[in-house]
Design a binder for this molecule. Structure first.
Ligand code: GDP
Ligand code: MG
Length: 381
């Protein structure tokens, strides 16, 4: 138990903060909703609400569950087995500054060699290639509609991307969501590349953007800083290659992206839905290890055996290595965006873990309902 603000606590147990304030008042404690209360007060509230207050994060709880199956999340194996993996990139920025257009432009322009048909499937993420210093380098872009998955992942504290492209429209400049995106990147500790977009417009003023971002501590390389700024037009497809090169160079300069491809796969769910014909379908991103068709996996409260994997080119693939997104068929249910997935020994273990997670989720929901009822009784009395 670590104490929390009443607002946070109320949100956790799904009640109005005002109700808790009133309840505490009734118990002789004067606290405002935004005030932080100590553990004893939380426990007092809990007792009153007939609720066992256990201030444990869901992540810790899940880690414990997995440990009981001898599984360690995030285990990277032996360093001698590590190899370079492509960067995973999110595109962020203010609304209408061109994020979707940019993701379209990259998708259309940079298919991986030998993939004649181009990227045909929207699976929530895709991999492209670019030439840097005569070498083919791959990059994975998270490409979810409205980026709900990204928000969900952030809320779950799971790190989905290594690097962020911050899109700023050159005719508009730094806006509130630009700053918000910047803060998210900072909080997550991911480096950024700034894409100054819409330079095809006559009123575009890239110098102004450089100046504005400098004020927020994002200093362009050409001003002696360490952030690459690239002028592009997503619509007119100007300098998309330059942006991809900047992504690779920034990743090389500030990240040491390696993963062990020879262990059991672990990663994250990018998005998932129920398909009429195929059942639950989940796009996963492999973060370590190699995922293979036929393996038993558990993804959030879903489990199953990988029946098939389909990539963004519409091809069936038999394995997925680190940083590769793939659509997975064969799960028992639809997992949530941002939830982790991992390969386990066999179907039995996958089912057991999934069932335990489900039971825990059910218990939490019941407890919430119980609290709500107790509160309602309390307010009525
Ligand atoms: P998002 O909200 O950040 O995803 O922005 P969109 O990609 O939907 O783009 C918003 C609007 O800006 C659309 O009308 C695009 O056609 C337009 N747009 C995007 N990129 C460019 C560009 O490079 N030049 C011009 N002139 N318009 C662009
Ligand atoms: Mg958009």
């Amino acid at each position: 138990a670590r104490g929390a603000s009443l607002t946070d606590f109320a949100e956790k147990i799904n009640v109005e903060p005002a109700q808790l304030v009133q309840m505490l008042f009734g118990l002789g404690e004067m606290v405002t909703a935004t005030e932080s209360v100590n553990d004893e007060t939380l426990e007092l509230l809990g007792e009153e609400l007939n609720y066992v207050v256990q201030v444990v994060s869901p992540e810790d709880e899940d880690r414990e569950l997995l440990e009981s199956f001898d599984i360690e999340l995030g285990d990277e194996g032996d360093e001698s087995d590590w190899s370079v993996r492509p960067p995973v990139v999110t595109v962020m920025g203010h609304v209408d500054h061109g994020k979707t257009k940019l993701l379209d432009a990259i998708r259309d322009a940079n298919v991986i060699e030998g993939e004649a048909g181009g990227i045909t499937q929207h699976i929530g993420a895709y991999q492209v290639a670019t030439q840097v210093d005569g070498e083919e380098r791959k990059i994975t872009f998270i490409d979810t509609p409205g980026h709900e998955a990204f928000t969900a992942m952030r809320a779950r504290g799971s790190q989905s991307s290594d690097l962020a492209v911050l899109v700023v429209a050159a005719d508009d400049g730094v806006m509130p969501q630009t700053i918000e995106a910047l803060n998210h990147a900072k909080a997550a500790g991911v480096p950024i590349v700034v894409a100054i977009n819409k330079i095809d417009k006559p009123e575009a003023d890239p110098t102004k953007i450089r100046g504005q971002l400098t004020e927020y501590g994002v200093i362009p390389e050409e001003y002696g800083g360490d952030t690459m700024f690239v002028e592009i037009s997503a619509k007119s497809r100007i300098n998309i290659e330059g942006l991809l090169e900047a992504v690779v160079l920034t990743a090389d300069a500030s990240l040491d992206l390696q993963a062990n491809a020879s262990q059991d796969a672990q990663g994250i769910v990018i998005e998932a839905h129920l398909d009429r014909g195929r059942g639950p379908v989940a796009t996963i991103l492999v973060q370590r290890g190699t995922l293979r068709v036929g393996e038993s996996i558990v993804a959030g409260p879903a489990h199953g055996r990988v029946r098939a994997m389909i990539d963004e080119y519409g091809h069936e693939i038999t394995e997925a290595t680190p940083s590769r997104p793939a659509m997975v068929l064969g799960l028992s249910a639809v997992p949530g965006a941002g939830q982790s997935f991992l390969v386990v020994e066999d179907d039995r273990m996958a089912r057991q873990i999934a069932e335990k997670r489900e039971a825990r989720e059910r218990a939490a929901q019941q407890a919430k309902r119980r609290v709500r009822r107790t509160l309602e009784d309390f307010m009525a009395s």
